[in-house]
Design a protein. Structure first.
Length: 279
């Protein structure tokens, strides 16, 4: 193993560790506070869909001989830049996202105080079901293509590789929007109270190393199709880091040391109580 291969492996291990550990601070903070106030279920809920899609596409790129052959036919004989640590990370992230989501949907089981953020927004629900419909549509298109199992026609026809890309793009869409509701909540509260900054710092570190690993792998192949052929992994790191910078600005600059507006903090519970009485 050469130096660059070793460096790629090290980057993979560290980014896998950083991203994986980043899912624990919010779960533990919620548990310690016995509440999810100040945060919204939108983030962990849409993460469940995103990481289910990410795990599925990574498994296909890594294990499926047909998908790998169609990828090679489309990208000049290259192999997908997917590592086993990508699969392990996606599976672990999906599990932690499900656990975190359960804290919002089943607060009583966790012994939590109910919060207004326990109900998903229409925006996130629309994205959730819109992505599912999009995947189903692409699957029907691929099923209707007579060349779907072909490797020779992978460049010009609809094949199973396109179905896997459709699944992987769900993760990209989720990454583009999943942090937005929490950014807005922090802005309205004038505080990041309840939102763990440690998950953001770890996520930022993992994003840098994920992109670095992909760049090293592409350089070793002497072809940047390693990035263009796997845009989700590349965009995942970039988009996450942009949002991380926003959260760090909110936490360390804009709302540093702020506990939030008292009336807003009270309303997180008051509105929830009111909604239950209406229901």
């Amino acid at each position: 193993m050469g130096f660059l291969e070793f460096l790629s492996a090290v980057f993979g291990v560290i980014y896998f560790t950083a991203w994986s550990v980043s899912f624990y601070p919010q779960v533990l903070l919620n548990f310690r506070r016995k509440s999810t106030s100040g945060t919204t279920v939108d983030f962990p809920l849409i993460n469940c869909l995103g990481f289910a899609a990410y795990a599925t596409s990574n498994l296909a790129f890594y294990y499926s001989p047909l998908i790998r052959a169609q990828y090679a036919a489309r990208y000049k004989g290259l192999t997908p830049t997917v590592h086993f640590n990508d699969i392990a990370f996606a599976a672990h992230a999906l599990l932690l996202s499900v656990i975190t989501t359960s804290q919002y949907f089943f607060p009583g089981a966790w012994g939590f105080t109910p919060s207004k953020g326990n109900r998903p927004s229409r925006f996130i629900l629309g994205i959730f079901f819109g992505c599912v419909v999009g995947i189903v549509v692409v699957l029907f298109i691929v099923l209707g293509s007579p060349e779907r199992d072909s490797t020779q026609k992978a460049v010009s026809s609809w094949v199973w590789l396109d179905a896997i890309y459709a699944v992987s793009y769900v993760k990209l869409i989720v990454s583009l929007i999943k942090y937005t509701p929490q950014v807005i909540v922090n802005y309205r509260n004038r505080s990041t109270r309840g939102w763990s900054i440690w998950q953001i710092l770890l996520d930022f570190s993992g994003g840098i190393l994920s992109i670095a690993q992909q760049a090293v792998d592409s350089y070793l192949q002497r072809d940047w199709s390693g990035i263009t052929g796997n845009p989700v992994k590349f965009a995942l790191g970039n988009v996450s880091m942009l949002y991380d910078l926003i959260f760090m600005t909110q936490h360390y600059v804009l709302y540093r040391g702020a506990d939030g507006k008292p009336e807003e903090a009270d309303s997180l519970l008051g509105r929830a109580d009111e909604e239950r009485r209406i229901d």
